[in-house]
Design a protein around this ligand. Structure first.
Ligand code: HSE
Length: 320
């Protein structure tokens, strides 16, 4: 195989109480990476094309997340006879809280692995994707893991890296409200408390345990009720204009739970009903507008598959 094209989905990390340890992939939005084999150019990674980013991402493969992930994957594979050329198509907005860098990293890992016969499993590739995410965004796997593996993924431990795929409740629907502003993850991490009270730890432990119980038993109502966070959400709320108003609007419109997606500024809400999802999306968009922000919304079910091979872009879609 000379060339492989891979899609990796958007992700919602944290899901309220699961800071850095829980994330989920959501259908309908994502990044695409095409990897082409460069015979006779051992270990070389070339970033031939980046589009959909408004020219903002680095073109240097040693600082672009897809390039770093491809390099780390070649090392994991022990490929000595060839290099890879990459083309990255950004479908996800930058600094939006939807795991944009994680999706690029996951797509690059899976594409390079597939190019050389797919000897490694998704879990085995995760360290390569995490290495790329850590270099550009921070040492957290709650975006890259679901982008690569699909579904809900719990990071049980970082040292050693141990991730657990959770079952996906049948009827669960995510509503994403993306305001037209950006919040770099590193900025959103700077406002986090360095120490927390025992009381907050106990409260968040209970919420996270209940959230995982809701996911595992397919109980969307319990899941939604457990989307509560006394530690990270309060610290970040002021970075998102209209946060409290948008969250309240989602709940009043019937959402089972609502919080910040990843580091924000996107907010996510959960429901188990299509009509409610439409109402929640409209309520969240209107509430952002009241706070002076335009936004757009996306309704999607859980992406169970994660990174996967897709047909190559047609020639018409590929710019010269
Ligand atoms: N868990 C990370 C954070 C995700 O909240 O900072 C970043 O998208």
């Amino acid at each position: 195989m000379d060339s492989v094209t891979v899609f990796a989905p958007a992700t919602v990390a944290n899901l309220g109480p699961g800071f850095d340890v829980l994330g989920v992939a959501v259908e309908g939005m994502g990044d695409v990476v095409t990897a082409r084999r460069l015979d006779g150019r051992a270990g070389v990674v070339v970033l031939e094309q980046v589009e959909g980013d408004g020219g903002r991402l680095p073109r240097d493969p040693t600082t672009n997340t897809a390039g770093i992930a491809a390099r780390a994957t070649l090392d994991l594979l022990g490929v000595e006879e060839a290099g890879v050329a990459l083309a990255l198509h950004k479908g996800l907005p930058l600094n939006s809280g939807l795991g944009s860098s994680g999706a690029s990293a996951a797509a690059a890992c899976w594409a390079v692995n597939a190019l050389f016969g797919a000897p490694l499993s998704r879990t085995e590739l995760l360290p390569a994707a995490l290495e790329a995410e850590a270099r550009v965004s921070g040492w957290h796997a709650d975006n890259v893991a679901p982008a690569l593996l699909g579904g809900f993924v719990l990071i049980h431990s970082y040292a050693p890296l141990d991730v657990i795929r959770l079952p996906v409740p049948e009827d669960l629907i995510f509503v994403l409200a993306l305001p037209d502003c950006e919040l770099p993850t590193q900025q959103a991490r700077r406002v986090l408390p360095k120490t927390i009270s025992l009381r907050d730890h106990v409260a968040n432990s209970g919420h996270l345990a209940a959230l995982v119980a809701g996911i595992c038993t397919g109980n969307a109502r319990l899941l939604g009720r457990a989307v509560q966070d006394q530690i990270v959400e309060p610290a970040r709320a002021s970075l998102i204009p209209g946060f409290a108003r948008v969250k309240q609007a989602a709940i009043e419109a019937g959402a089972l739970g609502c919080s910040i997606s990843g580091a924000g500024p996107t907010l996510f809400a959960v429901t188990d009903d299509e009509a409610t999802a439409q109402r929640v999306a409209e309520a969240m968009r209107a509430a952002f507008a009241e706070a002076g922000l335009t936004s757009h919304t996306h309704i999607g079910r859980v992406d169970r598959e994660g990174a996967r091979q897709i047909p190559p872009p047609s020639r018409e879609e590929t710019p010269d």
